[in-house]
Design a protein around this ligand. Structure first.
Ligand code: NAD
Length: 233
């Protein structure tokens, strides 16, 4: 039976595609205090600044390409039953070919109604405060901001609990509740953590391997072992 591989990816996953992480920039996200551009308070205080910030991120994303790491993960679908749970709001996993991606923190290429959050639209251009959906509702970026609920969390927890293999990659493990997800892995799961500057991890896993490398290189290093192990464990 195909083994279950779950990937927990963070901003470092997309760093080699030219999209900056924010911890590496001293807690700033593209020069902004994250609370200004990624919180309900920031939105209420200055919605034009927030719209402009995400408009710039959207433009940047449309020029970026998936990197070697995204590609290796997409290839691993040939050997595992895979789910990628990402904190990233970009679509680089999907563009590399990954089919089963849960976006914990929303998606840059979507917007939603302010009145009815379930009404979500694809959006690839700039979002303006005057834009409306067909129902006449005002719109906001489809992003989970700091302090907001994470609607996909329960589904993500259930997927992690079932995993035989977990790859945690490119995350500083500082943003909760996303950072708590790896705690739900079974004691028997094989856990890899790939990050050039890995955060401390409580060593409760029987099989924890920390690979202090960038995403592409780290995945290249573990790929064969993972596939072989997946066939015998
Ligand atoms: P983070 O910015 O807190 O941490 C980034 C991590 O990536 C660090 O541990 C760093 O050592 C590592 N890293 C840097 N370069 C790397 C590389 N080449 N390969 C692998 N790892 C590398 O990121 P986070 O933990 O994901 O939390 C940030 C939050 O900001 C998330 O919630 C996310 O929604 C948001 N964010 C998203 C994007 C994106 O969608 N691409 C970009 C920036 C921030």
């Amino acid at each position: 039976m195909e083994k279950k591989l779950v990937v927990l990816s963070g901003a470092g996953m997309s760093a080699e595609s030219g999209i900056n992480t924010f911890r590496d920039a001293g807690g700033l996200w593209e020069g902004h205090d994250v609370m200004e551009v990624a919180s309900p308070e920031g939105w209420h205080k200055n919605p034009e600044l927030v719209l402009d910030f995400y408009n710039q991120r959207r433009k940047q994303l449309l020029e970026a390409k998936p990197n070697l790491g995204h590609q290796i993960l997409a290839d691993l679908q040939n050997d595992f039953k895979m789910t990628i749970i990402t904190q990233n709001v970009d679509d680089l996993h999907e563009r590399a070919g990954s089919q089963n991606v849960i976006h914990l923190h929303g998606e840059l290429l979507k917007v939603r109604s302010l009145q009815t959050p379930e009404l979500v639209l694809d959006w690839t251009t700039d979002l303006k405060s005057s834009d409306r959906n067909e129902q006449g509702d005002a719109l906001r970026p489809h992003i989970v901001w700091f302090g907001e609920a994470v609607p996909e969390m329960e589904r993500a927890i259930n997927v992690v609990k079932e995993a035989d293999f977990v790859i945690v990659i490119g995350t500083s493990l500082q943003v909760y509740p996303a950072a708590s997800l790896m705690d739900y892995a079974s004691d028997l799961a094989v856990v890899y953590y790939i990050d050039p500057n890995p955060a401390p991890v409580a060593a409760t896993y029987q099989h924890l391997k920390i690979i202090p490398e960038k995403a592409g290189r780290g995945l290249q290093m573990i790929k064969e072992e993972l596939i072989n192990w997946g066939q015998i464990v």
